[in-house]
Design a protein around this ligand. Structure first.
Ligand code: TYD
Ligand code: MG
Length: 454
């Protein structure tokens, strides 16, 4: 019998080391490395059959490979499918993360009840009792006559039962409560999570079961043992949304079968999660009276636009080091924009506190937000409101130039559809044909943009 192997794993980040050390080389945490005994691999080793000499594997030319081997099936929600890149791939392992209360169990219960109508589906709940899940399904008026349920937290038992039941899709809710007998630390620890996830994904691959694994995020917003999980799964998606907002967004972070920049939007209602088919304006709730320091911009999320409101407050500071606060946008970017504004816009904000906020809890990582941020800051600084029907987007370079952004035309079209009448955009994004009812101002430099509107 093979000797059980051990590894030294950091409990914080999941990095792996050949021997014990006081400080983790990856995350630099002290005293977090523990020795873990690695679980034994499942008995079946079909994928290693080739080593014996007689192999059935053959070399093929890339374009001769049959693509119909990858039939996807719908998850029952178009928004969920979109994030997965067109549906669930059989035999794939999908990790769905989110804060407790985000709605992961609700989303998966709804999905599984729909899927159970067409295929053998198994839902494993380790966190909630079977009665709790049944009550929820009843309240949400889901079809419950086909979905198989199991309340279990031992990974070995789960795999044995799944081997017998032969589901096509299974849900593990959640990986943090799963444990393996071989691993000595407590459920939820990095080594348990890592071994359980590896065992489950191996099972999924070998038995061609689509496996959806639920994972909770830790307090710093990352999945417990992120590095541990990410390499063994095919797709990692996050269900996000602040608890005070009813909207939940589903976003891909890794996807072996599609793009990762897609965004799926859901609304949490009394009847569970409902998809929002046309989410472009959900974050816009504009007041009647226009105040200084706010402007709307158009983001590009995957394949579709999203209108968001950017706000800024610039106010005299009594502090020696005035505050620079960015909520929903990058802090370094804010410092850079302030430097550009000083140098190329002639505006000095050294004695001002500067706050920026993207309304609705949206997080913006695109550079196309630059121009909108600057206009909002200048508008607040001068206490001069921007027109209500204005949208602005564009990237700002260090020499004060305004650079074009992808999908400019589509962004402008979307804004026009929602009743905006004026747009300040990079000159290269200005459409050749005029858009009816929309005044489009193309600008090349920051100075031109400020002159045009403020
Ligand atoms: P849940 O799916 O249990 O979250 P997770 O599994 O991600 O921890 O969702 C729980 C929250 O969703 C709970 O706080 C209440 C809310 N909710 C609704 O608002 N409406 C509903 O129909 C359901 C089922 C939940
Ligand atoms: Mg849950």
């Amino acid at each position: 019998m093979a000797k059980n192997k051990t590894a030294f794993v950091c409990n914080d980040c999941g990095a792996d080391f050949p021997r014990w050390q006081g400080q983790c080389g990856e995350c630099k945490a002290w005293n977090t490395i523990t020795e873990v005994r690695l679980g034994t691999a499942p008995k079946r080793t079909d994928n290693l059959a080739g080593y014996a000499g007689q192999t059935s594997a053959q070399v093929q030319v890339l374009n001769a490979i049959d693509l119909s081997d990858l039939p996807r099936f719908s998850a029952g929600f178009a928004e969920f499918d979109r994030v997965l890149g067109g549906g669930i791939v059989p035999g794939s392992a999908i990790l769905i993360g989110g804060e407790p209360g985000a709605g992961k169990s609700t989303l998966l219960l709804q999905t599984m009840c729909t899927l159970a109508e067409q295929m053998n589906a198994l839902y494993i709940t380790g966190e909630e009792s079977l009665q709790q899940v049944a009550m929820r399904a009843h309240r949400l008026e889901l079809k419950t006559d086909k979905l198989k349920m199991l309340s279990e937290t031992s990974v070995e038992n789960i795999c044995n039962i799944a081997d017998r039941e032969k589901p096509k899709i299974m849900v593990i809710d959640s990986i943090q409560v799963m444990h393996m007998a071989d691993v000595q630390s407590a459920p939820g620890s990095v080594s348990q999570v890592r071994e359980s996830a590896a065992y489950l994904t191996r099972f999924a691959k070998q038995n061609h079961v689509a496996m959806i694994i639920v994972g909770h995020v830790t307090k710093d917003g990352s999945l417990a043992g992120p590095k541990v999980l990410e390499h063994c799964i095919d797709c990692s998606i996050m269900l996000e949304g602040s608890t005070d907002s009813r909207f939940r967004t589903l976003r891909g972070h890794k996807n072996r079968f599609g793009a990762v920049n897609e965004l799926g939007v859901f609304a949490m209602t009394g009847q569970g999660l409902k998809e929002v088919k046309n989410p472009s304006a959900i974050f816009l709730s504009r007041q009647e009276e226009q105040t200084s320091g706010t402007v709307v911009m158009v983001l590009w999320e995957g394949t579709r636009p999203l209108l968001v409101e950017v706000q800024s407050l610039v106010d005299y500071s009594a502090l020696a080091n005035p505050r620079r606060v960015a909520v929903g946008a990058d802090h370094n970017r804010l410092s850079m924009l302030l430097a550009v504004l000083h140098r190329h816009g002639g505006l000095q904000m050294n004695d001002q506190d500067v706050f920026i906020n993207i309304v609705g809890g949206v997080k913006v990582s695109e550079t196309s937000v630059d121009l909108a941020l600057l206009l909002a800051m200048v508008s607040s600084f001068r206490d001069k409101a921007l027109p209500r029907d204005l949208v602005a987007f564009g990237e700002i370079g260090l020499s004060g130039e305004i650079r074009p952004v992808p999908s400019g035309q589509e962004r402008i079209n979307e804004a026009a559809k929602h009743g905006f009448r004026k747009a300040i955009v990079p000159m290269a994004n200005k459409p050749k044909e005029p858009i009816e009812g929309m005044e489009i101002i193309g600008v090349n430099t920051l100075a031109q943009a400020l002159e045009a509107i403020l």
